[in-house]
Design a protein around this ligand. Structure first.
Ligand code: UD1
Length: 425
């Protein structure tokens, strides 16, 4: 088992260039299956979720190769609408294969998506969209079978603002007959990026970034080249780490607009921020202030940075509140943080943080991707050396996390260990 060893009481100091956005990339790669043409994708993060997707695309018959910084995908030979369950089982974003295979072949057979355990994560809105487009959805032997004779454009109102459902319906609708309108759509920048890629292939999608998206179906898509946008969550993680360690980071190659909710909260907490055309400098302040943070769909404060933000707020003297409005049950990091001396009480969807107390190192285990990143930040500020297990969760979404932190001047080491150090897990 791999683990990270994090030396405590270290300050971030350095420059970091941000990689391509995971949540855009995990939809763009499957979207390449919508065309028989060849696509070139640039600025992909080197994370295990992308490795898994490449394996899935190959298993379906696509030719995938790397040249320089590009990933080339040739899907002309794909004739399989049933991705191997062993590859998609534990992989949440595998749900995008539903939309693309339905769009390309009019049918798909796939296991229910797995992935980070953030409490109940239904896909009813995805299914509602596919059904409205004329597909029949059945559950058989643990597999979701979706089939349509003819996908037809439809007017779809989402009952929940969902990133996954918005993208998935968009993916299925680009090759449907006629016009699709998605109302109450999610507005995340990654959705805009996916639409830009689809449009580069010849799709006609307008309105992404607003809550009404219109898609005029086209019979086929062609070649395209696309560069994935920077990952605002990776950027936000390092920004929060700089503020929490009272250090300094120049976070480069970002789209600062996408970071607005994070910049606003970090300022409120007392950090100094300077914003350039494609960079943000965060300078920690020895004096931190408590805050009230509520997660919301974009442009609200991102749920994916809720756990790192909680670690920062443990260092702000006074009472802070974090309300998790997006995912029920996204507080699995709280018990582990308490082991490190954090004083946090949970009441329903709200965490009450009594901040300003020293954290101490403890063996902790990441139970999901972003919670894992939060423990690294906790390790950096705590007294002693933290041993962090569950690194595989972090590797799903952060490229060589230990090397990235090394670039920021702090020591995080990856090692291998036997399971015994974490009893009962
Ligand atoms: C995506 C992101 C994830 C991020 C989340 C919210 C990817 C691969 N993952 O996840 O990092 O934390 O957006 O920004 O992009 N819901 C339903 N029914 C549905 C779909 C969703 O009730 O059919 C609910 C979910 O349970 C959740 C809320 O809607 O409470 C938002 O979920 P959603 O935006 O769909 O998140 P994901 O796409 O899974």
């Amino acid at each position: 088992m791999e683990y990270l060893r994090i030396k405590g009481q270290q300050k971030i100091n350095g420059t970091i260039r941000i990689n391509g956005a995971k949540n855009a990339a995990v939809a763009i790669l499957p979207a390449a299956l919508l065309t028989e043409g060849i696509v070139k994708i640039d600025n992909l993060p080197k994370i295990t979720d992308i490795d898994k997707l490449v394996e899935i695309l190959k298993a379906l018959g696509a030719k995938v190769s790397f040249s320089e910084e590009h990933l080339n995908i040739d899907s002309s030979g794909v004739d399989n609408f049933s991705p191997p369950p062993s590859l998609v089982n534990k992989f949440r974003a595998s749900y995008y294969l539903m939309g693309v295979l339905l769009g390309r072949f009019g049918q798909v057979k796939i296991p229910m998506p797995g992935g980070c355990n953030l409490g109940p994560r239904p896909i009813d809105q995805h299914i509602k969209g596919f059904t409205a487009l004329g597909a029949k959805v059945e559950l058989e032997d643990g597999l979701v079978k979706i089939k349509a004779k003819n996908l037809k454009g439809a007017h779809i109102y989402l009952d929940v603002v969902s990133v996954g459902a918005t993208i998935n319906i968009m993916l299925a609708a680009v090759r449907a007959e006629g016009k699709t309108i998605i109302e109450n759509a999610a507005k995340e920048p990654e959705i805009v990026d996916v639409a830009n890629f689809l449009n580069a292939m010849g799709a006609q999608v307008i309105g992404t970034g607003t809550d009404v998206i219109k898609i005029q179906g086209v019979p086929e898509l062609g070649h395209a080249e696309h560069t994935v946008i920077p990952d605002r969550i990776e950027a936000g993680t390092f920004m929060i780490a700089a503020a929490a360690t009272k250090g300094e980071a120049l976070v480069a190659e970002v789209i600062p607009k996408h970071l607005d909710p994070i910049i606003a909260k970090l300022k409120e907490v007392g950090a100094h921020l300077e914003v350039g055309p494609d960079w943000v400098r965060v300078k920690g302040n020895n004096m931190l202030f408590p805050a009230d943070v509520k997660t919301f769909p974009y442009p609200g404060f991102p749920t994916d940075l809720q756990a790192p933000m909680m670690v920062l707020l443990t260092q702000a003297p006074g009472t802070s509140l974090i309300t998790e409005n997006v995912f029920e049950g996204r507080f699995r990091h709280v018990d582990e943080l308490k082991k490190m001396g954090a004083r946090i009480k949970l009441g329903g969807r709200t965490a009450i943080i009594d901040g300003g107390h020293e954290l101490v190192s403890a063996p902790v285990r990441a139970m999901d991707l972003r919670g894992g990143a939060a423990f690294i930040i906790a390790g950096l500020i705590s007294r002693g050396e933290t041993v962090l297990a569950g690194v595989e969760h972090i590797d799903r979404g952060y490229e060589h996390i230990e090397k990235r932190f090394k670039q920021l001047g702090v020591s995080v080491e990856r090692n291998t260990i036997s399971n015994e150090i974490f009893p009962g897990k």
